[in-house]
Every structure is written in C-alpha cells, then in structure tokens.
Design a protein around this ligand. Structure first.
Ligand code: ADP
Length: 161
C-alpha cells in the first residue's frame, strides 16, 4: 500500500492545501494529513482545532486520514509505514526551504521520497497567513477557504476583538 504523509501547519487549511491534498489522494492509496506541533510558530488555531477543521473539509475523501505529530517528520513518516512525503510548491520563494528540508530528510531516511506538486495557478498567491490577514478585517474569504474555515475564522476574530 502506497502511503504518503502531507505535513504542514494548516493554520488554517486553505483551498491551496486542499488542492494538494486532493491531488495527492488521487495518486496514493492513503494520504495522512499531519499537523505539525511547531513551537517556533505562534498559531491562531490549536492543534485540536486544526485537526478538527481538516477532518471536516476532507471528510468526503475516503483515503485521507488526519493526524498530528511532534518531533521529526522523518520519524513520524517511518512510524506510519509511509514511503513518501508530499509538499506543495507555490513560488520560487518556497523552493529554497523545501530543497533544504528534502535533502535533510533524504539523509535521515534515504528510503523515503519527497514528492513536490506545483500549486494550481489560481492558488499560487494563497497562504494561511494571507487568509488570516484578510479575515481579520472582516473581508470576504469565501474564494480562499471552505465555508467551515471561514466560519471558524469569524468566530476567532469575534473572540479576539
Ligand atoms: P508549513 O509551515 O509546513 O509550510 P503550511 O501549512 O504553510 O505548512 O503548508 C503545508 C504544505 O502545503 C506545504 O507543502 C505548502 O507548500 C503547501 N501549500 C500551502 N499553500 C499552498 C498553495 N496555495 N498551493 C499549493 N501548496 C500549498
């Protein structure tokens, strides 16, 4: 069984993420979408919230599992018996970091491959940070995220303000 892990912050999940996840699920038998506990980033949504939202917006895709992990990605990938890491590329600016991450992962787990998928053109500008910025000013995010996420953002900013 070909299993891929699609790791990320997903703070929150956007149509850009969903594009990569959906396309990945068409290629692999199972895709595990894994939310990373990243202590270097101050997230807006807790790990549990992000997992819950991801589950909601991927529930129609049978071969997707949502999980979270601590520590090194490569250890998690091995623990899950996955053979592949999926990452999305938006712009040249993503490339340098992704190249470093892929090469360190190759060193730590030579049997694991990193697969890159180019973003669909209309999502190349889209990131969780942009979505949060737009939502903060109560602007319309319906082209950027599913309705469940737009509602969760509204709720967050209501609580914060
Ligand atoms: P990270 O902090 O690990 O980069 P993100 O949640 O920002 O986590 O992204 C997770 C994955 O989704 C990354 O591979 C990223 O390149 C990809 N991704 C994010 N936004 C888009 C997009 N608009 N189009 C394609 N891939 C995307």
């Amino acid at each position: 069984m070909k299993i891929a892990v699609c790791p990320g912050s997903f703070d929150p999940v956007t149509y850009g993420h969903l594009d990569i996840i959906t396309r990945g699920a068409a290629v692999f038998d199972k895709v595990i979408v894994a939310v990373l506990h990243n202590r270097n980033k101050q997230p807006m949504f807790s790990i549990d919230e992000r997992v819950h939202l991801l589950k909601q917006v991927t529930s129609h895709i049978e071969n997707i599992e949502v999980d979270s992990f601590n520590g090194l990605l490569i250890d998690y990938v091995k623990e899950k018996n996955a053979q592949t890491i999926i990452r999305g590329l938006r712009a040249v600016s993503d490339f340098e970091y992704e190249m470093q991450a892929a090469s360190i992962n190759k060193k730590l787990g030579p049997e694991i491959e990193t697969f890159f998928m180019m973003t669909s053109n209309h999502y190349s500008y889209l990131s969780s940070s942009i979505v949060k910025e737009v939502a903060k000013y109560q602007a319309d995010v319906s082209d950027l995220v599913p309705v469940e996420i737009a509602d969760a953002l509204k709720e967050k900013f209501k609580v914060e303000s």
